[in-house]
Design a protein around this ligand. Structure first.
Ligand SMILES: [Zn+2]
Length: 233
């Protein structure tokens, strides 16, 4: 085999290796796994966010409980004061009443906020539970898929390793300058070698001038003017 034929043979293996590498990357199982992984991350972030919200609510509840206790103290001391000494006049009575009303008003505000927070907190507990259930389900699916994907991957990877070994072996029989040329073209056109079909380059399907065709037929080193591939008969 001449250098071009050897390169052609090398290219056949290169194409196979490329296909296997692409299969690995595009594996539906792999893409699904990526989706599950993203989903799981999203759920974990949601759980974390809910936990932070619940913590903030608990802090607020503590503050409110203290406030309630304070107002209750104020109310009972007002009551005591009223029991101990009768209000001196109408003004004082009205002042006591206004104080008591203000305190009761505060108390009911605090209590409705506490009620609201408890409800929000319960809602979040439920939401968190749902998210955890969903995440657990996704994790189970992920693990199952991962196991079968790992098997698929190790097979494909073995195939790829074997093909790469074969490529190294084949490259050993090819002159380095030809190998370099092949790899240089490979950067912009794959596969880098193209046979002639009549006067056409099979890489890009463009017609070649008859002079170029003759050069290829005589075994000269010619690259397609359009796609840059190395031409051979
Ligand atoms: Zn071409």
């Amino acid at each position: 085999m001449n250098q071009l034929e050897l390169l052609w043979d090398y290219q056949q293996t290169d194409i196979q290796a490329e296909k296997v590498a692409k299969d690995i990357k595009r594996s539906p199982a792999r893409q699904k796994l990526v989706k599950y992984r993203d989903y799981l991350l999203e759920q974990q972030n949601t759980i974390k966010r809910i936990e932070e919200e619940v913590l903030t609510m608990q802090d607020r509840l503590e503050v409110l409980k203290d406030a309630v206790a304070l107002v209750e103290d104020q109310l009972s001391s007002l009551e005591k004061k009223m029991e101990e000494s009768e209000p001196a006049d109408l003004d004082q009575t009205e002042k006591y009443l206004a104080d008591a009303q203000r305190m009761m008003g505060n108390l009911s505000e605090y209590e409705s906020e506490i009620k609201r927070i408890r409800k929000d907190s319960n809602d979040r507990d439920r939401l968190q539970y749902d998210v955890k259930v969903r995440a657990a389900r996704a994790k189970t699916e992920f693990d199952k898929l991962k196991a079968s994907y790992d098997e698929e991957y190790s097979q494909k990877n073995k195939e790829l390793t074997d093909l790469k070994e074969e490529l190294t072996k084949k490259a050993g029989g090819i002159a380095p300058e030809w190998m370099e040329k092949y790899n240089a073209i490979r950067h912009h056109a794959f596969p880098p070698l193209a046979r002639l079909s009549g006067n056409q380059c099979t890489g890009c399907n463009m017609s070649l001038p008859s002079g170029v065709v003759r050069d290829v037929q005589s075994g000269k080193e010619v690259e397609c003017e359009t796609c840059g591939r190395l031409l051979m008969v």
